[in-house]
Design a protein around this ligand. Structure first.
Ligand SMILES: NC(=O)c1ccc[n+]([C@@H]2O[C@H](COP(=O)([O-])OP(=O)(O)OC[C@H]3O[C@@H](n4cnc5c(N)ncnc54)[C@H](O)[C@@H]3O)[C@@H](O)[C@H]2O)c1
Length: 257
């Protein structure tokens, strides 16, 4: 039980990567707050994790909702030891065609959401004087660019900077901050992109996966939600401040650093 006695908030935990991280944390003994824009999904996941898990509806772009949700989680779980700021969205369009509203929407979820959730948890960790772990969900797109993903790539690069500043500012308080950078993981976020990519390139869905998405991995494999959850668990449970300010790429070798 690597997280026995710990309390964690995972945002975007009604689906995909966040859901699996919530499950992995609960299985290792953590009390988990499943936070998501989608209340029914958050409630479904929390209910399946047992009596110590709670669900909170939280739009991570809304300061009031983040403050209220983190306060509720801290009260009901007995403080916050771990945050996984994971909620995210994708938007695929060339920059030349991109509406300003879509640019702002994607930056808001990733960057405003990353800032608001880490600030709310960091303040509590500082006041409580028991340290903590802040984990931000980056992407290979925190390090690499792809066409038609301008706001996503810009936002994920921004999260790398935020994690590094958090590592420096958190250090005096025993708070670690790290970024996880997954490659393609077959979640609803990616499932939506496959037909779009196939149509755009005039190729089959299978070719869009094999020849585009996974073309530069070492083995043609998707990264799995379980792979990403294992990295989150490793970062959450790491016992000292030695591992902070890092970005860990989990991508079947798509990006090597
Ligand atoms: N799937 C991948 O290939 C991949 C790769 C690298 C990084 N990521 C990142 O992992 C994270 C999770 O993505 P996923 O693939 O599991 O996607 P997903 O669509 O399965 O889950 C995303 C979750 O975030 C929630 N969400 C969206 N906007 C929100 C908001 N404003 N406030 C609160 N919750 C909100 C959604 O309701 C959903 O439950 C994202 O940050 C994404 O950018 C995903």
């Amino acid at each position: 039980m690597r997280l026995r006695g710990k309390s964690a908030i995972v945002t975007g935990a009604a689906s995909g990567i966040g859901e699996q991280i919530a499950r992995a944390f609960a299985a290792e003994g953590a009390r988990v707050c499943v936070a998501d824009l989608e209340r029914p999904g958050a409630e479904r996941v929390a209910a399946s994790l047992g009596a110590s898990a709670i669900a909170v509806r939280m739009d991570v772009t809304d300061e009031g909702e983040v403050e209220r949700g983190v306060a509720q989680a801290a009260e009901q779980l007995g403080g916050i030891d771990i945050l996984v700021s994971n909620a995210g969205l994708q938007h695929v369009e060339p920059i030349a065609d991109l509406a300003f509203a879509d640019w702002k929407r994607i930056l808001a979820v990733h960057l405003d959401g990353g800032f608001l959730t880490t600030r709310a948890c960091l303040r509590r960790m500082i006041d409580r004087r028991r340290g903590g772990a802040l984990i931000l969900m980056g992407s290979v797109h925190s390090k690499e660019a792809s066409v038609h993903k301008g706001p996503y790539v810009a936002a994920k690069h921004g999260l790398l900077g935020l994690a590094r500043v958090l590592a420096k500012e958190g250090a005096p308080h025993g708070v670690r901050a790290n970024l996880i950078c997954p490659g393609f993981v077959l979640t609803p976020l990616v499932e939506r992109q496959i037909p779009q990519l196939a149509k755009e390139r005039g190729i089959s869905a299978a070719a869009a996966v094999k020849d585009v998405m996974l073309a530069t991995t070492v083995d043609g494999e998707f990264t799995t939600v379980a792979d990403v959850a294992e990295v989150a668990l490793f970062l959450a449970a790491f016992p000292t401040n030695a591992l902070t300010g890092q970005s860990i790429v989990v991508s079947h070798g798509w990006h090597m650093q």
